[in-house]
Design a protein around this ligand. Structure first.
Ligand code: 5GP
Ligand code: MG
Ligand code: MG
Length: 192
């Protein structure tokens, strides 16, 4: 049985994803081409790992890459409240242009704490590049820093999605597309 049989509905195929990633990478290349120093791409672990890997390989600038980790979700589909930074940057971002790469913006609370954190470290601008955004669920408004821009892959309907880096109970991150799980698989693994 293939892993695809766990998925009820595919929202974006790997071909649609790849096309959109190419477009975003070229926007970033154009926006930062005359800016010095080149941007620091900060992936929000773990969910952004595939999006970041695909994106940076198409950005035509010598960028730096680092990761940061913020935890707000338990093992299930419900938020556990205010996120904490559980793994900080290795690179010094003081005076740097940071592009935060996220898998999905939901309530906005993870992004707003990460942006505040990068601002406190002296980043001269903070942009956000999120693969998905669920505007219907926004609770916390986030503000970019300096000349920061907002890059978005797709607007996501209000469903819990998995794949392309995004998990359910730490599983399914390896799906090469974005989909909604069949209910029986949530029941099987939901530990919350
Ligand atoms: P926020 O702080 O904006 O509420 O939540 C952001 C984080 O929650 C995302 O980075 C992601 O890790 C997780 N999240 C939000 N919505 C979904 C979803 O539909 N599927 C998955 N797998 N994770 C989600
Ligand atoms: Mg995330
Ligand atoms: Mg998660």
């Amino acid at each position: 049985m293939s892993l695809d049989s766990h998925i009820e509905r595919v929202l974006w195929t790997k071909f649609q994803i790849s096309k959109r990633v190419t477009e975003i990478a070229s926007e970033i290349t154009n926006d930062f081409t005359s800016i010095s120093p080149p941007p620091v791409i900060v992936g929000v672990a773990t969910g952004a790992f595939l999006f970041l890997a695909d994106l940076v390989r198409q950005i035509q600038l010598p960028v730096s890459v680092d990761f940061i980790r913020a935890e707000s979700y338990g093992s299930g589909t419900k938020s556990t409240g205010a996120p904490t930074i559980s793994m900080d940057l290795k690179l010094n971002v003081e005076g740097k242009h940071v592009i935060l790469v996220e898998d999905i913006v939901d309530t906005g609370s993870t992004l707003s704490s990460l942006i505040a954190h990068l601002k406190s470290k002296g980043a001269s601008s903070v942009s956000v590049c999120s693969f998905l955004d669920k505007p219907a669920r926004r609770k916390v408004h986030f503000e970019l820093v300096g000349d920061g821009k907002y890059y978005l892959g797709f607007e996501c309907p209000d469903h819990f999605v998995v794949g392309y880096g995004m998990d359910f109970a730490e599983l399914y991150r390896n799906l090469p597309y974005i989909g909604v799980l069949k209910p029986e698989y949530y029941k099987q693994f939901d530990l919350s």
